[in-house]
Design a protein around this ligand. Structure first.
Ligand SMILES: NC(=O)c1ccc[n+]([C@@H]2O[C@H](COP(=O)([O-])OP(=O)(O)OC[C@H]3O[C@@H](n4cnc5c(N)ncnc54)[C@H](OP(=O)(O)O)[C@@H]3O)[C@@H](O)[C@H]2O)c1
Length: 386
């Protein structure tokens, strides 16, 4: 293959990845795939992305838009085209029927059920090229591949911090750290994930609603509180405002006071979810034995697994304070971070939280995937290196 073709394939896969990114929050639990199609003369004639479950996959959307012009052409697809009948028929059949001559794949399928697409295409005489070296495609599908291999949701830790790295302001100062445009970005993100997770500390300090307001919502996230001792007040905003269902994750203790509080929260509309200590957890940490019933790494992993299995949670945004954030980082359960740093706060302001979440993030050595500004706030998206 010539260097020119090699570079062209990379650029077209990057274009397909950009198209796919627009589907974040629409496609899940399916991977958000992008596809670009060029005709036999190399002119780009169509692009597609995966729609809501049951809707068109990226390849199908692009083939439809190409309206017969794909014959003899090339398709660049960020993920190996599926080869099974799920909610929709296999994409490989549509590619073969469209007469596409060459398919460039950015990432092989990791889900066994849907794999085998490239073999089918080759058997049909189509040239198939795999290009796993395109960074934006690798980042795009990191969450999907991680979910398939771990069975856990993709966890995005979101926080707003002062220039000094504190997550809260001193008494007497406005509690709002980031500005309205950052807040809007948060609400948009809330409307694209399956769940929002917080800790009892935040519920008691801020009484948040944790819903997506004044933005186009692609899904309604369930709201999850890690509340080992069932201390969420039954009149908390999370329970008295409209939004997704509320799950209270507590310890599995049969103490009568916990039972009574659980019953009150159930009556207020919450789903109380006692989480037992899995065997693996006892080897990882004993902190669940402390009086406040903190969750060990194993217990937090168990909670995430149950959210995935019982509530179809594929993506989860954390909106908690430094306490829970620290536990999540220490348990290696954070996959991505969305951090808003308010630049107009004093730099030398001491942070009461040690280690600061930004220090934990630095130790995790994530890679930056996007950065920008929202008024006076610096915004950085980062995620695990894959
Ligand atoms: N800037 C932001 O983005 C942001 C977002 C949310 C909240 N906040 C601020 O953060 C402050 C609250 O902080 P916080 O740390 O108390 O809130 P939090 O992280 O939401 O909740 C902390 C609670 O969770 C518990 N916890 C920690 N790790 C745990 C684990 N492994 N298992 C079970 N429970 C665990 C803590 O228990 P222990 O008591 O045993 O430690 C504590 O009771 C407030 O001032 C709030 O305004 C800021």
């Amino acid at each position: 293959m010539s260097i020119e073709t090699h570079d062209h394939d990379r650029r077209m896969l990057e274009r397909a990845a950009r198209r796919a990114l627009r589907g974040h929050g629409d496609a899940e639990p399916n991977p958000s795939v992008g596809c670009v199609i060029a005709d036999i003369d190399g002119q780009v004639i169509a692009e597609g992305r995966t729609r809501r479950p049951g809707g068109a996959h990226a390849e199908i959307e692009a083939i439809r838009l190409a309206a017969g012009g794909a014959r003899g052409g090339t398709a660049w697809v960020t993920l190996e085209p599926c080869n099974h009948h799920g909610r929709t028929p296999p994409c490989v059949d549509a590619i073969i029927a469209a007469g596409i001559a060459r398919v460039v794949v950015g990432s092989p399928e990791s889900h066994e059920l849907a794999s085998g697409g490239m073999d089918r295409l080759r058997d049909a005489g189509i040239e198939v090229v795999v290009r796993p070296d395109v960074v934006s495609v690798r980042r795009l599908h990191a969450s999907f591949h991680a979910r398939v291999s771990t069975g856990l949701p993709w966890v995005i830790a979101k926080w707003a911090e002062t220039s000094g790295g504190a997550l809260s302001t001193p008494p007497g100062v406005s509690p709002w750290i980031s500005g309205p445009r950052s807040l809007r970005m948060v609400h948009r993100e809330r409307g694209r994930v399956d769940a929002i997770l917080t800790g009892i500390g935040t519920i008691l300090a801020d009484d948040p609603r944790l819903d997506a307001r004044d933005v186009r919502r692609r899904r309604t996230p369930i709201r999850v509180v890690i509340d080992p001792d069932v201390e969420t007040p039954p009149n908390a905003s999370i329970l008295t405002t409209t939004g997704g269902p509320v799950v209270i994750a507590c310890r599995d203790d049969d103490r009568s006071d916990l039972r009574a509080r659980s019953e009150r929260l159930t009556a207020a509309g919450a789903m109380v979810l006692p989480i037992g200590e899995p065997d693996e957890g006892s080897a990882i940490g004993d902190d669940h034995r402390t009086l406040r019933g903190r969750f060990s790494a194993g217990r937090m992993r168990s909670l995430l697994r149950r959210l995935a299995e019982e509530h179809d949670v594929t993506t989860l945004l954390t909106e908690c304070g430094p306490g829970l954030l620290r536990s999540l980082f220490e348990a290696d359960l954070v996959d991505a971070a969305l951090v808003f740093t308010a630049t107009q706060t004093p730099k030398d302001e001491a942070s009461p939280d040690e280690p600061r979440p930004r220090d934990l993030l630095r130790s995790a050595s994530f890679e930056t995937i996007w950065s920008g500004t929202r008024e006076n706030d610096c915004v950085v998206w980062s995620q695990r290196r894959t």
